[in-house]
Design a protein around this ligand. Structure first.
Ligand code: SAH
Length: 209
């Protein structure tokens, strides 16, 4: 049953691997991941892996979604931006962690898929979905306390840094075919403070539409 599988995922894939933020663990325990994966891979919804969602894109591995959530250090009252909506799963997790979630996807058919998934899972009213180039952020809704990017860039997109509040955090996979690192970029009065955290592998962030 999904609820049992979800509880197992939280314990074995997340807590025992070092995710310690109780709000993140609770959020991952609430969002029904099975509603964000295609029917043909539903049996694998709680597997320790990324899964295909069509058009060569993937729903991220649960651990990566949780790690990004933890690195954003959310308290609950924030406005956040999720770049690369894909299935909508990360956006749903962020909706459990923050007050206002904007998400942006460049592929219209995935945006439609995410809209349907989010509605089915009960997050339709809690996530604002935009279609467009997420490397440009969502300037009309900025600034954000936190920005999560689910696709790898050669460098942290400057527009996203510009849309952070002071002390705001941007979590973004950075790197090319030689390998990627998950970077945390904090906006400070002196400029970006960059922390390289773990090696990772995400689909490429594609600028433009
Ligand atoms: N967070 C997603 C993971 C999706 S994979 C989930 O939980 O399912 C990354 C997504 O980023 C893909 O859907 C891809 O189409 C999208 N993407 C890539 N470049 C983008 C860009 N410049 N702007 C917005 N979305 C982008």
């Amino acid at each position: 049953m999904s609820a049992d599988e979800r509880a197992q995922m939280v314990e074995w894939q997340l807590r025992r691997r070092g995710i310690g933020d109780e709000r993140v663990l609770a959020a991952m325990g609430r969002v029904p991941r099975e509603l964000f994966v295609p029917p043909q891979v539903r049996d694998a919804a709680y597997a320790d892996a990324a899964l295909p969602i069509g058009v060569e894109q993937t729903i991220s591995q649960p651990y990566m979604v949780a790690l990004i959530g933890e690195q954003l250090a959310l308290q609950g009252g924030e406005r956040v931006l999720d770049v690369g909506t894909g299935s909508g799963y990360q956006a749903a997790v962020l909706a459990e962690l923050a007050a206002e979630v904007h998400t942006i996807e460049r592929i219209p058919e995935l945006a439609d898929l995410a809209r349907a998934n989010l509605a089915a899972a009960g997050y339709g009213d809690r996530v604002r979905l935009h279609v467009g180039d997420g490397t440009l952020g969502a300037p009309e809704s900025a600034p954000f306390a936190a920005i999560a990017v689910a696709a790898a860039a050669l460098e942290a997109p400057p527009a996203l840094y510009d849309q952070l509040e002071l002390r705001g955090r941007l979590v973004v996979p950075v790197g090319g075919s030689g390998g990627q690192w998950l970077e945390v970029v904090v906006r400070t009065p002196e400029g970006p403070a960059v922390l390289r955290t773990v090696p990772c592998r995400f689909v490429p962030l594609v600028a433009g539409r």
